[in-house]
Design a protein around this ligand. Structure first.
Ligand code: SAM
Length: 245
C-alpha cells in the first residue's frame, strides 16, 4: 500500500519508522512518503494560513498550497483516496480502517489551525474519492496525531503486517462475532501473581469452555463500558446463553 501524508510538521511522523509499521515499511508492504506543505507556499515566509472570512478567532489553511500539493502528489490518471481528518467528519471506526486497508493508495491531508479552506475538499472531490473522518468527539491541535492513529489501525490490517493474522479476528470490533463487542480481559504467565490467580477455565485446555468464557467476559465488559454497542448487538446477535450473562 502506498501512503502519502501532507503536513506542516513532517517530523511528527518519525514513529512510522519503528515497531510494526517500521518493519512493514522495510519489508516493502507499506510505502510511506511524508511531504511538507510549505514546499507549495511561495512567499518569503512560506505562509500556509490566513484570517477567516466572516471574522472570528484563529486562522484557516489557505487553499493554494493545498491545491498545488494535491495536484503534484496525485497528477492522475491513477488517483489515491484522500483522507482528511476533522472533528466534523464521519466517525473513523474499525470498519473504516478495514475499508481503507483495501485501497492501494491513500493520501492524508493534515489540517492545523481552524482547518483547511473548504474549497480544497470540494475541488479534490471532483476527481478523487474524499473521506472526511473524525477520531472522536474531541478536538486535537492538528491532523498529524489523527493520521498516525489511522495509519496504525489501517496498517496492522494489511496482509503480512501482523505476525499472527488470526489475532485481528479476536480484537474488539473485529468483523464477525466481535463486531459490536469489546474484548474481555487477557492473561499470561505466571498463573498466580500477587495472590491473583488466572481464571481456572483458561488453564483447563477445554477450547469450547474457553471460547464461551471469552464471549461472556466480552459481553460483560461491553455492557459495562459501551452499553450502546450491546444494544446494537441485541438486534439479532445474541444467543440464549448471551442473554443470561
Ligand atoms: N475548528 C475545527 C472544528 O471545531 O471542527 C477544529 C480544528 S482543529 C484545532 C485542527 C485540526 O486538527 C483539524 O483540521 C484536524 O486536522 C485535526 N483534528 C482535530 N480534532 C480532530 C478529530 N477529532 N478527528 C480528526 N482530526 C482532528
Amino acid at each position: 500500500m502506498k501512503l502519502d501524508i501532507v503536513s506542516i510538521f513532517p517530523e511528527y511522523f518519525a514513529p512510522l519508522e519503528i515497531s510494526l509499521l517500521g518493519k512493514a515499511r522495510r519489508a516493502g508492504l507499506l510505502d510511506v512518503a511524508v511531504h511538507d506543505l510549505r514546499q507549495w507556499a511561495h512567499d518569503r515566509h512560506r505562509t500556509v494560513d490566513d484570517t477567516p472570512y466572516g471574522g472570528g478567532p484563529g486562522m484557516v489553511m489557505k487553499p493554494e498550497p493545498w491545491g498545488e500539493a494535491l495536484d503534484a502528489i496525485a497528477p492522475g490518471p491513477e488517483l489515491p483516496r484522500l483522507v482528511v481528518p476533522t472533528p466534523s467528519g464521519r466517525p473513523f471506526t474499525q470498519a473504516t480502517a478495514a475499508e481503507l486497508a483495501g485501497e492501494p493508495w491513500l493520501l492524508f491531508a493534515c489540517g492545523r489551525y481552524e482547518g483547511i479552506d473548504a474549497r480544497v475538499v470540494a475541488d479534490a472531490s471532483t476527481r478523487m474519492r474524499v473521506d472526511e473522518v473524525s477520531l472522536g468527539d474531541f478536538v486535537l491541535a492538528g491532523g498529524e496525531v489523527a493520521v498516525l492513529v489511522m495509519v496504525e489501525a489501517i496498517g496492522r490490517l494489511l496482509p503480512g503486517v501482523l505476525g499472527n493474522a488470526e489475532s485481528v479476528a479476536d480484537d474488539s470490533f473485529a468483523p464477525g462475532s466481535m463486531e459490536s463487542l469489546l474484548e474481555g480481559p487477557v492473561y499470561t504467565k505466571p498463573p498466580v501473581w500477587r495472590d491473583r490467580a488466572v481464571p481456572d477455565v483458561l488453564l483447563s485446555g477445554h477450547h469450547g469452555a474457553i471460547a464461551r468464557w471469552r464471549r461472556d467476559e466480552a459481553l460483560r465488559r461491553t455492557a459495562r463500558h459501551r452499553p450502546e454497542l450491546l444494544a446494537r448487538l441485541a438486534a439479532g446477535g445474541l444467543d440464549a446463553r448471551d442473554r443470561a450473562v
